[in-house]
Design a protein around this ligand. Structure first.
Ligand code: AKG
Length: 252
């Protein structure tokens, strides 16, 4: 990956990469504002929002009629940043926002293998919290503190041979000290694999073809859509995200 890797990568499963301070506090605030303007769903114990494709938690699948339409501009802008930094290999077409209040978590899982591509990337916002990894065969356990504005990418063994979870706790122990949790939001970026994409016309807004509704945008297109970001200017007029390039996120 083209970004500066964090020391914490040493304590992660192989194939996992952690990047601290991937976005600025201003960028974080803009993302939280966009999310809070959206419709949080209370279908789980924690609130969620799905973008691009709806993931069916019961069926553990992305069904052919699950297309919600293209990612909103503000998510495409962050995606562009992840691609440019080398954290994502290509543009994602599915994002889930998870909101965790103190005491809430997500149980141990491996992201749906037939549904999603080989790279899963999670951007953390607001409160820090611990993520726990367990090797499926050996049971080996590793934990990492996900700081606000950091990015965690999972590929290879970390993606396929280790489960990850956020224990439902009120606080975490960090270097022996108790750290109370507050509201945390994560944005997890994925690519729906070709075979689960809807066929032409299925599940997309009326009058739109699946190809235009659901296919990930090409990097060049995003570059044209976000010229301010591309030039490293302060902000993008349409998404409202201040896209100043940082050391951590600049292309190498
Ligand atoms: O909250 C996170 O950082 C991880 C979310 C996650 O594991 C998931 O959505 O499958």
């Amino acid at each position: 990956m083209g970004v500066g890797l964090d020391e914490r990568c040493k304590g992660l499963p192989p194939g996992a990469v952690y990047v601290a301070s991937f976005i600025s506090p201003d960028e974080e605030a803009v993302l939280v504002r966009h999310l809070d303007k959206g419709g949080w769903s209370a279908e789980l114990k924690r609130r969620v929002q799905h973008f691009g494709y709806r993931y069916d938690y019961r069926a553990r699948a992305v069904s052919p009629d699950a297309c919600l339409g293209p990612l909103p501009e503000w998510l495409r802008a962050v995606s562009g940043r992840l691609v440019s930094a080398g954290v994502l290999g290509g543009f994602p077409d599915q994002v889930i926002a998870n909101e965790y209040l103190p005491g809430q978590g997500i149980r141990a899982h491996i992201d749906c293998v037939p549904c999603f591509g080989e790279r899963i990337v999670s951007l953390s916002l607001l409160s820090p919290c611990e993520m726990v990894f367990r090797q499926k065969q050996s049971g080996e356990k590793l934990a990492v503190l996900l700081e606000p504005r950091s990015v965690l990418a999972m590929t290879g063994p970390a993606r396929y041979q280790w489960t990850h979870e956020i224990p439902a706790r009120l606080s975490d122990r960090v270097d022996g000290a108790k750290v109370e949790r507050a509201r945390r939001i994560s944005l997890t970026f994925r690519t729906v694999v070709e075979t689960t994409r809807p066929v032409k016309g299925a599940g997309c807004a009326k009058g739109r073809r699946a190809a235009t509704c659901c296919m990930p945008a090409k990097p060049g297109v995003i570059g044209r859509q976000f010229p301010a970001w591309r030039a490293g200017h302060r902000s993008d007029r349409r998404s409202g995200l201040p896209f100043r390039r940082s050391r951590a996120s600049g292309p190498r």
